[in-house]
Design a protein around this ligand. Structure first.
Ligand code: TYD
Length: 140
C-alpha cells in the first residue's frame, strides 16, 4: 500500500516574469480537488498529522519552504522531503502520515479529494493498526 505514495512533478509554466505551477484535478493528480488547506507557522519540532483517513486522498506541496512527510501503512514506513514548489506527494486513503521538520518559511499546501469530515479521521495509532490488520485479513 505504501508503494502507492509517490512524488508528483507538476508542469511549470514559468517565463521571464516568474514561475507558475499547474495542478489540475484528475489531470496532474488522480482525484477531483474538493478541499484545499494549508499549514504554516509550525515550529521545526512540531509533528502534525498523526492520522489516517478512511476516504480522503491528499496531495501535499511545500509551495514555500520545506518539510518532511513520513508515511506508514502499518508495516512499512517511508520518509519524503518536500523542498520544491513544483513537487507534491500523493497520499492514498488509509495511509498514516506525520508532517514535521518545518522550515520557518514553510507553507504546506494540502489538496484533498473529500470535504472535511472529522469522522473519517483515524487519530489513534493502535486503532489504525487494528483497521489495517482487519483489512489485510479481510475482516472488513
Ligand atoms: P488537524 O487535522 O489536527 O491538522 P494537521 O493534520 O495538520 O495536524 O486539524 C487541526 C484543526 O483544524 C482541527 O480542529 C480540525 C480542523 N480542520 C477543519 O476544520 N477542516 C479541515 O479541512 C482540516 C484539515 C482541519
Amino acid at each position: 500500500m505504501i508503494e502507492q505514495c509517490r512524488l508528483i512533478e507538476f508542469p511549470q509554466k514559468g517565463d521571464d516574469r516568474g514561475h507558475l505551477v499547474v495542478v489540475e484535478g484528475r489531470g496532474d493528480i488522480p482525484f477531483d480537488i474538493k478541499r484545499v488547506f494549508y499549514i504554516y507557522g509550525s515550529d521545526k519540532d512540531v509533528i502534525r498529522g498523526r492520522h489516517a483517513n478512511y476516504h480522503s486522498e491528499f496531495v501535499l506541496i511545500n509551495v514555500a519552504g520545506t518539510s518532511m512527510v513520513k508515511v506508514d501503512d502499518g508495516v512499512n514506513q517511508k520518509i519524503y522531503h518536500l523542498d520544491r514548489p513544483h513537487i507534491g506527494i500523493y497520499l492514498p486513503r488509509l495511509v498514516w502520515k506525520d508532517m514535521y521538520g518545518f522550515s520557518g518559511d514553510s507553507v504546506l499546501l494540502c489538496l484533498a479529494s473529500e470535504h472535511y469530515d472529522a469522522e473519517e479521521y483515524i487519530r489513534d495509532y493502535d486503532m489504525y493498526l487494528d483497521v489495517m490488520r482487519k483489512k489485510t485479513t479481510g475482516e472488513v
